[in-house]
Design a protein around this ligand. Structure first.
Ligand SMILES: Cc1ncc(COP(=O)(O)O)c(C=O)c1O
Length: 435
């Protein structure tokens, strides 16, 4: 290793987008792969919209000029979308019981998916509250009103995660808390910055955070103290939304701990905690355009928080962190949200079919999902290593043309197109018929 590189980085395993897999096998590759390992929407922008976007690029973007360094128009558009989603009926934090499906638990039909009513997703269908100043600064009670001051935009929410770590923990100022399994980038990014990671486990049946262990870990780790608690709502890879108990615990955390609620999969769960931000200046919500909005290639994420926190994030980020192409695409996607989000009911119904099909296999333990992916584990005979088995299945599926993710002690399968889902189920069927 080069002697000037920090020693701790030698031991760090980087995030691998397609582990064991096909990094870079592009849409133009000879092999047609079903890419069900990174939780994107399975659909590209419709052809007509792509043409419109290309036209917009041609009209609006001067490539010799820097992008809008303050993301003004995009922040306004995001604030409007967040307000709209807050006002959609049926949203809330109510949670679902979460045993694995084929252990006498819920049938796939009984997963209460909140209705994706038109009003919530439409571009014009809801009266948008005025974008008043003040926002989470304390003014608008009881209804939360989000303004552009409450929004910060990142090069993917990954960038926002890093900025939050810099803002709170860098230089020995703090450590972070995660409950595993969860999104690996919190720990990986913290480690790249020399920030300690405190972790506990989850209930093996429901994947709820072990709250007693969590509180103990936070109380005991004072050097440096925990400054951020990261949660995903719904969690990746396990697909469970936060429960009322977990939310109560997060509410009880002191104001010197930042609670990051990552709602990367909000559009699939329609379950947000954004309406509680006004009660908690130490909470921040992260969302992304990489999933339901079909813009993973553009790298746009956003945070919703107290204006003092978003102002701090603005100080930390690089000056022109978001290319004009990405900003324009995100604004475009928001303007077209009614059309783009219209596939969500299909994805949710495909999710139910996928769960139902996988649940047929005795050897698979499958959990309900509040997101656009399904989590499962293989039950193994005594002496057989589940991790080896998971790795083997992942590789066998890859050989057949389906990429899935082996993570968190199990397998995560993104809900794909109906054809992809049928192929996945057939291929898994073949593996189990043979074994
Ligand atoms: C929970 C969670 N947060 C954040 C991200 C990253 O999102 P982005 O593409 O905006 O960086 C992902 C991506 O898979 C995710 O699963």
């Amino acid at each position: 290793m080069l002697p000037f590189i920090r020693k701790d980085l030698a031991e760090l395993t980087a995030y691998t987008p397609h582990p064991g897999g096909a990094s870079g096998e592009s849409a133009h590759s000879e092999i047609v792969l079903d890419r069900l390992d990174t939780n994107e929407c399975p659909y590209d922008l419709p052809e007509e919209l792509k043409q419109k976007l290309a036209w917009t690029y041609q009209q609006l973007i001067e490539t010799n000029r820097y992008p809008d360094g303050g993301h003004a128009a995009l922040k306004e558009a995001i604030a409007q979308y967040v307000n709209e989603s807050l006002n959609a009926p049926g949203l809330g934090a109510e949670s679902i019981p979460f045993p694995p499906l084929n252990k006498g638990g819920l049938g796939s039909e009984s997963i209460p998916v909140p209705p994706l009513n038109k009003a919530g997703l439409g571009a014009e269908s809801i009266p948008v509250p005025p974008l008043t100043k003040g926002g989470l600064g304390g003014v608008p009670q009881p209804k939360t009103v989000i303004t552009a001051d409450n929004i910060s935009v990142g090069n993917g929410s990954d960038e926002l995660i890093r900025s939050l770590l810099i803002a709170t923990c860098l230089g020995g100022a703090g450590s972070i808390f995660v409950a595993n399994p969860t999104f690996s980038m919190y720990g990986i990014t913290a480690t790249t910055l020399g920030i300690p990671v405190v972790s506990v486990g989850r209930n093996p049946e429901t994947f709820e955070i072990d709250i007693n262990a969590a509180q103990r870990a936070i109380d005991q780790n004072q050097n440096p103290p925990v400054r951020i608690v990261f949660v995903v709502h719904p969690n990746s890879p396990t697909a469970n939304a936060l429960t009322i108990n977990e939310i109560e615990w997060l509410s009880s955390l002191p104001e010197n701990i930042l609670v990051v609620i990552d709602e990367a999969y909000f559009e699939f769960s329609q379950n947000t905690l954004a309406d509680r931000l006004h009660q908690h200046p130490n909470w921040i919500i992260l969302r992304t355009f990489s999933k339901a909005f079909r813009l993973a290639s553009m790298r746009v994420g956003y945070a919703i928080a107290h204006p003092e926190l978003t102002a701090t994030l603005e100080k930390i980020r690089l000056p022109y962190n978001l290319p004009s192409f990405s900003q324009t695409a995100a604004e475009f996607a928001l303007a077209q949200r009614q059309l783009l989000l219209a596939v969500i009911p299909e994805i949710i119904s495909e999710r139910a079919k996928l769960i139902a099909a996988l649940t047929q296999h005795q050897k698979l333990q499958v959990w309900p999902s509040a997101a656009n992916f399904v989590y499962l584990r293989v039950t193994t005979a005594e002496g057989e290593s589940p991790e080896h088995k998971h790795q083997q299945i992942m590789q066998q599926l890859k050989a057949q043309g389906t990429l899935i993710r082996h993570t968190g002690g199990g397998l995560r399968i993104t809900v794909g197109t109906p054809d992809e889902n049928v192929r996945t189920c057939d291929r898994i069927g073949e593996i189990f018929d043979k074994s």
